[in-house]
Write a protein that binds this ligand. Structure first.
Ligand code: UDP
Length: 330
């Protein structure tokens, strides 16, 4: 395939570029480098099957041009991270709404296959044990910027779905549940790299709220091959598919594991949500995916255990990954 990966310099995007090139595909990455890093793609530099185009998905003529070269579009570019969404609500909404519409429209016109990265955030405060794709959305007030990411991603899904229905766009909507791994930065939220970077610097580990909230972290190395299999699976078209891990952990428990695996002298400090994210922040208590749809469609079975995922992030950071770069920048 000749693939476009928007957000290709980002965490998941760069792993997707690696995977596609390693499997003989030709890849164009489009990234404005606002949160993505060129260093995430240095291993592909000079590879004739790979090209990085620096630019924004808000630039419609650029989007048209790069989509025109490709038969498959993986749309991962977005404003992400709770801190980004809360700090820059309008800019984030603009990128997540207008940017996606630009990319979908070009893909539909080009008749390219299309995948859009969505998120478990679309389920909002629904904390059911095993959220399946048809679970209800339980969102807070539309006037709380905290929910703008969930609202925008919900609309992104709908836009892609409508293009699928009306113009036959072969599209897959993937809902990622707390995907983690090497290259993810903690600068914009993202608890695992934050804890790893804090532990490696010997700083207090900042657990927000009581730390009893639970998450189920999935490995980027399980999810990336699944995304590629889904785009090759017509039965997955025009539906949303959950992708994530199996092992649930409390955030307090995560802090303990990170301290243990890094061997850090750090202690845990409990930070009230208001201090972390501002007044009125609502956190999800629990977010556990039901991945049986992905299992049925492509045999999805997450392989990586949480401790191994954390260990791979620590290894990566010890050899110059995001924590090291952020520490140097500080
Ligand atoms: N969190 C935390 N300390 C941090 C960053 C995040 O305790 O420094 C918590 C956050 O409040 C949430 C969980 O970790 O309960 C996961 O946060 P993240 O931003 O990684 O993903 P979310 O599930 O909120 O989208």
């Amino acid at each position: 395939m000749k693939a476009l990966v928007t957000g290709g310099a980002g965490f998941i995007g760069s792993h997707l570029c690696d995977h596609l090139v390693a499997h003989g595909h030709s890849v164009v990455a489009l990234d404005d480098l606002s949160t993505g890093r060129e260093s995430n793609l240095e291993q592909l530099t000079g590879n004739p099957s790979f090209e990085l185009v620096k630019g924004s998905i808000l630039d419609k003529s650029l989007v048209d041009d790069v989509v025109a070269e490709c038969d498959t579009v993986f749309h991962l570019a977005a404003a992400v991270g709770v801190h980004t969404i809360v700090d820059k609500p309008l800019e984030s909404l603009h990128i997540n709404l207008q940017g996606t519409e630009n990319v979908v429209e070009s893909a539909a016109r080009r008749r390219a296959r299309f995948m859009v990265a969505s998120t478990s955030e679309v389920y909002g405060k629904n904390d059911a044990d095993g959220l399946s794709e048809d679970a209800d959305r339980v969102l807070g007030s539309p006037l709380k910027s905290r929910w703008s990411y969930a609202a925008a991603k919900g609309l992104d899904e709908l836009v892609a779905y409508i293009y699928g229905e009306e113009s036959g766009l072969p599209c897959v909507i993937t809902r990622f549940f707390n995907i983690v791994g090497p290259r993810q930065t903690g600068r914009y939220g993202m608890v695992v790299p934050r804890f790893v970077s804090q532990a490696m610097a010997g700083e207090p580990i900042t657990v927000y709220g009581t730390g009893d909230q639970r998450r189920c972290f999935g490995s980027v190395f399980d999810v990336v091959p699944a995304v590629v299999k889904l785009i090759d699976t017509p039965a997955a078209y025009n539906r949303a598919v959950n992708l994530g891990g199996k092992e649930e952990v409390s955030i307090r428990g995560l802090a303990d594991r990170v301290i243990e695996l890094t061997g850090s002298p750090s202690t845990v400090t409990y930070v009230p949500y208001e201090e972390a994210y501002g007044e009125g922040y609502e956190d999800m208590q629990r977010r556990m995916p039901d991945t049986s749809l992905a299992q049925g469609l492509i045999g999805y079975e997450p392989q990586r255990r949480l401790n191994d995922i954390i260990a791979s992030i620590i290894d990566h950071d010890r050899t110059g990954g995001p924590s090291r770069q952020e520490a140097v920048a500080r």
